[in-house]
Unconditional design. Structure first.
Length: 362
């Protein structure tokens, strides 16, 4: 019975080579990374992490150090569902979202990593195992890039092996978005998978207008057209806009996804393993989507999420996120001719360079 003997949080501010931007979060010169290192009595270690757009990392760190620690020490690390429920209900009254669920996500990820390592299996096979090659797109955070730089960024991503591209929309004038999407479609050619992401910019009426304006450009999906709280409005966008809709990166629970899916408010459910509660609820969300015959996609944390999508038959595209950790891990995600390849290493296979991270400790 592998008893948990220690939990070591880490809190870092990771600078970005280029300041990123979208329609609602503004400029992002850095992101904040929170890590968890769990160890059992045999000395095995599991690692998890979560991240934010540059704020709230200190709150997550405090929750891990104060509120989560005493709920885990001495517990059986194999009983992941039991531990998930213990942490969830232990924080429910003051939590149920925000920094608490991000902290829980990192812990749950570490528990699954630990279990897979103890069993000597890659995470994707432990979770069921379907196909280690997952279609992958490059998720640009590029709303304010001039058009020439946007197209140059796209060419760089094509050289890296990507065969699907996502760009940001949500500029001040819809006509500007239409011009940029039109240029991107012309640059990529007909039939090339192209997604656009509005980051919650619009009301339902504005989103419907935008979706209709984008229809001639054969988009794979329009992502997050409205705020996550407007379930009825997003269902209207699905019905009246004429484009598939991806959403879910700002939903925090399985039950949030249930509400959105049953309302007909999403075509591509899009959980983020670092903020939906971890691997445990991510897999439940993926199976819920399967029950509704919906393809599941993902947001962020591509080095871990490739395992989760590799485990389910209804996976669509993995997002390779702009907040990448390539400079701080031993083996970044492998992209081969449009597919991300889930590694065969035990666990999720991420080996952090802890010495390099120490230099950017927050």
């Amino acid at each position: 019975m592998p008893r948990i003997v220690s939990l070591e949080p880490g809190y870092y501010r990771v600078p970005l080579a280029v300041t990123l931007s979208d329609s609602m979060h503004g400029d992002m010169p850095a992101f904040e990374l929170n890590t968890v290192r769990l160890r059992d009595a045999d000395g095995a270690e599991g690692v998890g992490y979560t991240y934010t757009c540059g704020r709230n990392g200190a709150a997550i760190d405090a929750i891990l150090r104060v509120d989560v620690l005493d709920q885990l020490i001495g517990q059986d690390a194999d009983l992941i569902e039991r531990l998930w429920q213990r942490i969830w209900w232990g924080q429910h009254y003051g939590g149920r979202g925000g920094p608490t669920i991000l902290a829980q996500s990192a812990v749950d990820m570490a528990l699954w990593d630990l279990k897979a390592k103890r069993l000597g299996q890659p995470l994707w096979t432990l979770l069921g195992g379907n196909d280690p090659r997952v279609p992958c797109y490059a998720g640009g955070i590029d709303l304010d890039l001039p058009l020439d730089k946007l197209l140059r960024q796209t060419d760089d991503n094509l050289k890296k092996g990507f065969r699907a591209i996502k760009m940001k929309v949500g500029r001040k004038q819809l006509s500007e978005d239409v011009e940029r999407v039109k240029a991107m479609r012309a640059h990529l050619g007909e039939g090339f998978p192209l997604m656009v992401d509005a980051n919650m910019k619009w009301t339902a009426d504005e989103a419907i207008r935008a979706a209709r304006a984008f229809q001639p450009f054969d988009l794979m999906w329009l992502e997050e057209p409205v705020i996550p709280d407007d379930v009825a409005g997003q269902a209207r966008v699905v019905r009246e806009g004429g484009l598939p809709i991806a959403a879910g990166e700002n939903l925090r629970t399985l039950w949030d996804f249930k509400q959105l899916i049953t309302a007909g408010g999403v075509t591509y459910p899009e959980p983020d393993v670092t903020n939906c509660g971890g691997v445990t609820p991510f897999m439940k969300i993926a199976h819920l989507a399967e029950a509704f015959n919906l393809p599941v996609t993902s947001h962020g944390a591509h080095d871990v999420t490739v395992h989760l999508l590799a485990a389910v038959p209804n996976r669509s595209y993995l997002e390779a996120h702009g907040f990448g950790l390539d400079g701080y891990i031993a083996e970044p995600l492998t992209i081969e001719d449009g597919f991300a390849v889930a590694p065969a290493r035990p666990g999720h296979g991420i080996a952090f360079d802890w010495k390099s991270l120490d230099s950017i400790r927050a």
